[in-house]
Structures are given as C-alpha cells and as structure tokens.
Design a protein around this ligand. Structure first.
Ligand SMILES: NC(=O)c1ccc[n+]([C@@H]2O[C@H](COP(=O)([O-])OP(=O)(O)OC[C@H]3O[C@@H](n4cnc5c(N)ncnc54)[C@H](O)[C@@H]3O)[C@@H](O)[C@H]2O)c1
Ligand SMILES: CC(C)[C@H](C(=O)O)[C@@H](O)C(=O)O
Ligand SMILES: [Mg+2]
Length: 348
C-alpha cells in the first residue's frame, strides 16, 4: 500500500496537514504515513532544516505532503540553516521542476474574493511554475564594492533544456484544458526571458492545437485582476510564478484555498499549499485547511493514480463551502478542525 511522507514543518503547517491526513485516512484506511520534522522544527531538534532522515523519507515514499516552513525567529540564520532551505532542498534533491498551481473560485466564495463578483467568478486557471531554476538557485551572496559599499547579488539564469521541459508541461497542461497557454516573462528587459520566449516558441511547434500567447509579467499582474477569466494556463519562471500565484489566490477568495503539486515527471511528487507558515495565526486553530486538503487531492491524482478519489475530495470541499463552511480568512468563524470536519462529513 502507498506510503505517504508527511513533512508538517512550522507554524500552521502541522495544523493544516493534520486535516489533510484525516481526509486521506477517510479515503483509504490502508494508506501508510510517516512523518519527519523539517524547517525550523527540524533546526531546533537536529540543527538543520532538512535532516538526512527527512530527505530519505521523501525519497522512499510514494508521495510527499508538505505543510509550510518558516518563522521570523530564524530569519537571522545563515541561509543554509533557515527553514526555507528545507523546501528548496527538497525541490532540488527530488528534481521537482514542474509546479502546478491551480486557481479557481469555488461557488459561494464570490464575496471572499478581492475582486468584484462577476470578475472573480471567471477565474479558473493553472499556473505552471518552473521550480528548480531561475534566480532562486543562481549564485548569490553579499560582497563589498571597490568603494566600500555592501552589495547583494542573485544570478538569474535558465538553460534552454530547463525552459524546454517546463514549456512542455505548460503545453501538455493546456491540452487537458482550454488549449490556451500564456507564457509570462520579462523579455523586454531580461536576456533570461528572451531565451525563455525563444525556446517556448520552438516547443509550440509540437503543440499546434494550443493557442500560445506571450505576456510581460507586469502586464500579467495587471490582467490577473482585470480579467482573470482570460487565462487558461500560464507558464512562467520560478520567481514570477511565486508572485503571480499568491496574487491569483486572492482572486479565488483566499491564499488558504490554493493547493500545488511539484512534479519531476516520474510520478513522484511533493504536494503543498501555496501559502506559508502564517506565524501571525499559528497555534490559534484559525488556518484554512482547504489548500492542504486540495493538495492531498492532487497527490492522489498525480502520484497514486486515484483521480476518482481526488474528484471526491474536491467535490467534498465544494459541498462544504456551498453549505457555508468558512474559516476566518473566508469571512467565517470555523476552526481549522471544524472546517476539516465539515469537509469530511461531505466525503460520504
Ligand atoms: N511553502 C512554504 O513553506 C512557504 C510559502 C510561503 C512562505 N513561507 C514562509 O512562511 C513565513 C511567513 O510568510 P508570509 O507571511 O509572507 O506568507 P504566509 O503565506 O505564511 O502568510 C501571508 C498571510 O496569509 C495568511 N494565511 C496564509 N495561509 C493561510 C491559511 N491557510 N489560512 C488563513 N490565512 C492564511 C497569513 O495569516 C498571513 O496573514 C515566512 O517564513 C516564509 O518564508 C513558506
Ligand atoms: C518559502 C519559499 C521558499 C517558497 C518559494 O518562494 O518558492 C514559497 O513562497 C512558495 O510559494 O512555495
Ligand atoms: Mg510563495
């Protein structure tokens, strides 16, 4: 039976992954689970954010459910010891280059969106974010210039191979949906983006049924709130995808609603809400567990070949929301656990 690694992390990570685990247990009591600390929790226990046993578990498991990492108390540590090094290390070590971040508005959440109802209703898109390259993983550091000023630097780069493989995921994702792909870059300024655009155009030849467009990232940020319904699939680099997905979440009602799948093409995947550890509400049972629960649905669909069960979970979330179940971020007062209960009661 499938082994699911649970890496709860920090802050609200353990709170929301607990609800996702309850849902997975309800789907199939035979699932096996193993848990390891990562992030700040692992730093406190083992002196490092991604201890070898956590990485080993992630490699051994059939799929990984990740919570969130990070806390201000660790922000002064050297970068390899910061909690965020856990998630970046897992993505790199597992080769999880393709990050799917679907954003859609569940019926009933129109008033939770930051957008007008008729604009919010239209959002149903997937951001395909490259996850193991870009400025995130380039040479970085701080140095002193000749005239004695401190200078920080992070090298942005993409190889054509890196762009080609994420572009293919973008086109393939578009083929399963509305067959429209918008590649988002900053080719008017960045050479990295010019190469990105050239390579995406080359890959398009293999997908003649997909309508390809290009958009600069600043315009994309504007169009996402002007008319999100115009997008079907967005393919973009690591940094732009990070920013645009948080923005898309507020069009869809809350950052607590958006799940994600990080994939490497082998079936192995790591599944996590797009949100962080939310230190401002951690420990108060206020976190919305929907993003984690919907991430568990993506886990079933993409790593365990159980698309029907994924559909059941997504339908249960939709039913609970339709009935008015709401955590505070959605304008309600349910606790994290009560929201989990509401979803579980709809699983049937
Ligand atoms: N995947 C990850 O592990 C991940 C992602 C993003 C940020 N982080 C880390 O998390 C820490 C906090 O970062 P931040 O404050 O910029 O982003 P955040 O996503 O943690 O929180 C932003 C805001 O959204 C709210 N929020 C987030 N998730 C929520 C949920 N499920 N339900 C209700 N409200 C929710 C928070 O309360 C906060 O007001 C930092 O250390 C950051 O590096 C981790
Ligand atoms: C925690 C951080 C490293 C991470 C990222 O920037 O990728 C997060 O913001 C995310 O969206 O998964
Ligand atoms: Mg982010």
């Amino acid at each position: 039976m499938a082994l699911i690694a649970i890496l709860p992390g920090d802050g609200i990570g353990p709170e929301v992954t607990a609800e996702a685990r309850r849902v997975l247990e309800a789907i199939d009591p035979a699932f096996g689970f193993e848990t390891e600390p990562v992030g700040g929790a692992a730093y406190l226990e083992y002196g490092q954010p991604l201890p070898p046993q956590a990485l080993e578990l992630a490699k051994r498991a059939d799929a990984v459910l990740f919570g969130a990492v990070g806390d201000p108390q660790f922000d002064a540590l050297a970068r390899p010891f910061r909690p965020e090094a856990a998630i970046l290390g897992l993505r790199k070590e597992l080769g999880l280059f393709a990050n799917l971040r679907p954003a859609k508005l569940f019926p009933g959440l129109e008033d939770a969106s930051a957008l007008k109802r008729e604009v919010a209703e239209s959002i149903d898109l997937v951001i395909v974010r490259e996850l193991t390259g870009d400025v995130y993983f380039g040479e970085k550091g701080q140095r002193t210039t000749a005239d004695g000023e401190r200078e920080g630097y992070d090298l942005m780069s993409y190889t054509e191979g890196e762009v080609r493989r994420i572009a293919r995921v973008g086109f393939e994702t578009a083929m399963t949906r509305g067959r429209k792909l918008c590649s988002v870059d900053k080719a008017n300024v960045l050479e990295t983006s010019q190469l990105w655009r050239d390579v995406v155009i080359g890959v398009a030849a293999d997908f003649p049924e997909v309508e390809l467009t290009h958009m600069y990232v600043d315009n994309a940020a504007m169009q996402l709130v002007r008319n999100p319904g115009a997008f079907d699939v967005i393919v973009t680099g690591n940094l732009f995808g990070d920013i645009l997905s948080d923005q898309a979440s507020m069009c869809a009602g809350s950052i607590g609603m958006l799940p994600s799948a990080a994939l490497n093409g082998s079936g192995k995947g790591m599944y996590e809400p797009i949100h962080g550890s939310a230190p401002d509400i951690a420990g108060e049972a206020k976190a919305n567990p929907c993003a984690a629960i919907l991430s568990a649905a993506m886990l079933l669909r993409h790593s365990l070949g159980r698309g029907d069960d994924a559909d059941r979970i997504e339908a249960a979330v939709a039913d609970a929301l339709r009935d008015g179940a709401r955590t505070a971020d959605l304008g309600g007062s349910l606790s994290t656990g009560a929201m989990g209960d509401a979803i579980l009661s709809k699983l049937g």
